[in-house]
Design a protein around this ligand. Structure first.
Ligand code: SF4
Length: 239
């Protein structure tokens, strides 16, 4: 399979079939901790990087030839070897998937396009958005996520606040914590203020555990993650 992966069983999403909407590696960020590797196409330009009709074709084959049942999935997950909202056909794919089965749709996004109301509308029919927010100051945002120069963290935060107001589904905000980069308690307190304004359904704390291509990227210890979860409050969980 070229664009589909899985089904994968995870504690977070249950059994999910993944759909890759970008080519490696097309992203608006070049995160320190990215497991896919260096972003070679750092862009804010949306395009049908992966043709939606080819994804649909592969999906049809997977269902009919493999005799697989989409409705048995807990989620169909839109993600990618990069940022899935960069694919300009994402709303067509969501509409198609909604007509195909009752499986819930999850979108995993780095949040960079959520400040645009028309793009929030494009993804409004999914059931779950898992947006990420690793920093709340521009300085730290640049350090950890190494975004496209056109991105401002304040805009992204405002986009997340707007998403919460408009979106009917669930929002599970993911925070990737890297030791010595964004795990300082003063930053965590600022993060809490912002998270309270966003008001997601859950806050999921993560830390890089597998090998990443960058040197000097270390995971935050379990006791420190627990301390951070306590500061962030009852919605926070370590994944
Ligand atoms: S947003 Fe995701 S895909 Fe893009 S660089 Fe960061 S971790 Fe990698």
């Amino acid at each position: 399979m070229q664009y589909l992966y899985g089904p994968i069983k995870s504690r977070r999403l249950g059994v999910s079939l993944g759909i890759n909407l970008t080519l490696p590696k097309t992203c608006s960020f070049d995160c320190l901790y990215c497991q896919i590797g260096k972003t070679n196409n750092l862009t804010l330009s949306r395009s049908e990087y992966v043709k939606i009709n080819q994804i649909i074709e592969e999906l049809r084959e997977w269902v009919h030839n493999g005799k697989n049942d989409l409705s048995s999935m807990d989620y169909i997950t839109l993600s990618g070897s990069g940022e899935p909202m960069l694919n300009s056909g994402i709303s067509d794919l969501i509409i198609y998937l909604k007509g195909l089965s009752n499986a819930k749709i999850a979108l995993i996004t780095n949040s960079s396009f959520l400040c645009d109301s028309s793009l929030r509308k494009e993804i409004s029919k999914v059931d779950l958005v898992v947006p990420s927010l690793d920093a709340v100051t521009q300085e730290l945002f640049v350090k950890i996520d190494r975004p496209h120069e056109g991105l401002r963290i304040e805009d992204i935060i405002n986009g997340l606040i707007s998403l919460r107001k408009e979106f009917r589904g669930k929002i599970w905000l993911e925070v990737m914590l890297v030791k010595g980069v964004n795990d300082d308690i003063r930053h965590i307190r600022k993060l809490k203020e912002v998270i309270d304004r966003i008001n997601p359904d859950k806050v999921q704390l993560n830390s890089p555990v597998r090998t990443v291509s960058e040197a000097g990227v270390f995971s935050v210890s379990r006791p420190k993650l627990k301390k951070i979860a306590n500061i962030l409050g009852e919605k926070a969980e370590i994944i």
